[in-house]
Design a protein around this ligand. Structure first.
Ligand code: HEC
Length: 102
């Protein structure tokens, strides 16, 4: 229930139609491909850069929001490389990170 609400919110904020609602499983695949060299993307992962926050810890921040995260990914932090992510892919990754917040 809560999860589908998050996905729908991400999709509507990003202007995608509900038919293209964010897909957290796809986001997990993208995160492994693009983010795992620096971030701990899954709890089973044992190696990443020091001083880079894990996705689980990002998801637990009090000010975490799927919308902010998706926009952040489209306009990345200077310390991070630029990713060729589409809006839908950014929403998928944001939905995946949100799913770690438990
Ligand atoms: C080259 C290494 C590198 C890669 C690859 C990388 N990041 Fe980061 N990321 C960082 C670093 C370093 C920080 C911490 C920046 C800081 O604290 O100023 C960070 C911080 C973040 C933050 C927290 C920003 C904040 O508000 O503090 C998020 C969210 C994030 N990364 C998401 C991602 C996602 C999603 C991907 C994959 C698409 C990714 N990162 C790939 C290095 C990386």
């Amino acid at each position: 229930m809560r999860r589908s609400w998050i996905l729908l919110t991400a999709a509507s904020i990003l202007g995608t139609t509900p038919a293209l609602a964010a897909d957290a499983d796809h986001g997990a695949d993208l995160a492994e491909r693009w983010c795992a060299s620096c971030h701990v993307v899954r709890s089973a992962q044992t190696q990443a850069s020091a001083d880079v926050p894990s996705f689980a810890s990002i998801a637990r921040r009090p000010d975490f929001s799927v919308e902010k995260l998706a926009f952040f990914l489209l306009d990345p932090h200077p310390k991070m490389p630029n990713f060729p992510l589409s809006r839908a892919e950014a929403a998928d990754i944001a939905a995946y990170i949100a799913s770690l917040r438990r």
